[in-house]
Write a new protein. Structure first.
Length: 306
């Protein structure tokens, strides 16, 4: 396999391999000297057409920890602004020596388009509302570390499911392990068709939270709302926000996740986000480990299956 495009495409065995590799990588992050020579001589390019803090910087640090050369394209200052196409941009980076292009794009399928046309590998760092595979993997990594397993759990994904590539990658990953996936949100933010995949869909937040082992709280994606947010931010916080009161009704050992960036006081309160039940910063550290594993397996570790 030269590309990582989505969790839909990966087998459970491939995901296990990535998560097991990430456990070894996680140890490197805790060392005083966070550097191994594994990917020396490899060239990785970050090509982000949408803003990012966690994904772009964690890929960049993951590459550096593995001694790869990494270049982050400043798209806003690049010839993309003069109208250069995605394919021309990527081909120019490839002939400069890129072995792997990590890309985020507002259009679903953009990484798949490039992967078919480049010799270099392509990693999807988020494509429109389609998938965000490394976020899905780091969520699985965090759940496995905290809960000791990925099977037989009830996982509630709450909020703006409609616009969430994170939700889709979580759903594909968790279903492969036989966990029970619930999605809950206002009717305006729930897409059709999820029941057909075996997902439980509800408008009743209490039903989703009841007995949940994990609650993955999603960000309200104000930038992707077509006609203004309904419900309003205020209504959303009141009816769908994860508050200490709602958490009190959950299992005592419920694990709260959020992919970031958070709208504090909207989908999650600070009391919950900063509580011991939440693993939001652990997710971020796990994200570096997972991305190190992905880079290693695609560029240096003998492939993930094909
Ligand atoms: N979770 C996530 O993708 O964060 P960024 O948008 O900051 O990369």
């Amino acid at each position: 396999r030269k590309d990582l495009l989505g969790l839909q495409d990966l087998t459970r065995e491939e995901i296990d391999l990535i998560l097991d590799t990430a456990e070894s990588m996680r140890e490197i992050i805790d060392r005083p000297v966070k550097k191994v020579p594994t990917l020396r001589g490899k060239v990785i390019v970050n090509l982000f057409y949408e803003p990012s803090t966690r994904t772009r910087n964690s890929f960049e640090l993951a590459a550096k920890y593995l001694s790869a050369d990494v270049q982050s394209v400043a798209v806003a200052q690049s010839s993309v602004q003069k109208g250069e196409t995605l394919l021309d941009t990527a081909r120019n980076l490839e002939v400069m020596g890129a072995d792997l292009v990590i890309m985020r794009h507002s259009e679903g399928g953009a990484p798949h388009f490039l992967a078919r046309r480049l010799r270099a590998g392509v990693v999807n760092a988020g494509d429109g509302i389609h998938e965000h595979p490394t976020q899905g993997l780091l969520d699985l990594f965090t759940i496995r570390r905290r809960k000791g397993r990925l099977s037989g759990l009830k996982v509630a994904i709450v909020g703006d499911i409609l616009h969430s590539r994170v939700a889709r990658s979580n759903i594909w990953g968790l279903l492969k392990y036989g966990s029970e996936v619930w999605v809950a949100g206002p009717a305006t933010l729930l897409p059709p068709g999820l029941e057909a995949l075996g997902v439980h869909v509800t408008h009743d937040l209490d039903e989703a939270l009841d007995g949940a082992d994990v609650v993955n709280v999603l960000r309200i994606q104000l930038e992707r709302q077509q006609k203004g947010l309904f419900p309003s931010v205020h209504e959303y916080a009141r009816f769908w926000g994860i508050t200490p009161q709602r958490l009190a009704a959950c299992k005592e050992d419920v694990l709260v996740l959020h992919p970031g960036p958070m709208n504090r006081g909207v989908e999650i309160t600070s009391e919950v986000a900063d509580s011991h039940r939440a693993a939001i910063l652990e997710q971020v550290t796990g994200g570096v480990a997972v991305r190190m594993a992905v880079l290693y397996l695609l560029l240096g570790g003998g492939g993930t299956g094909e």
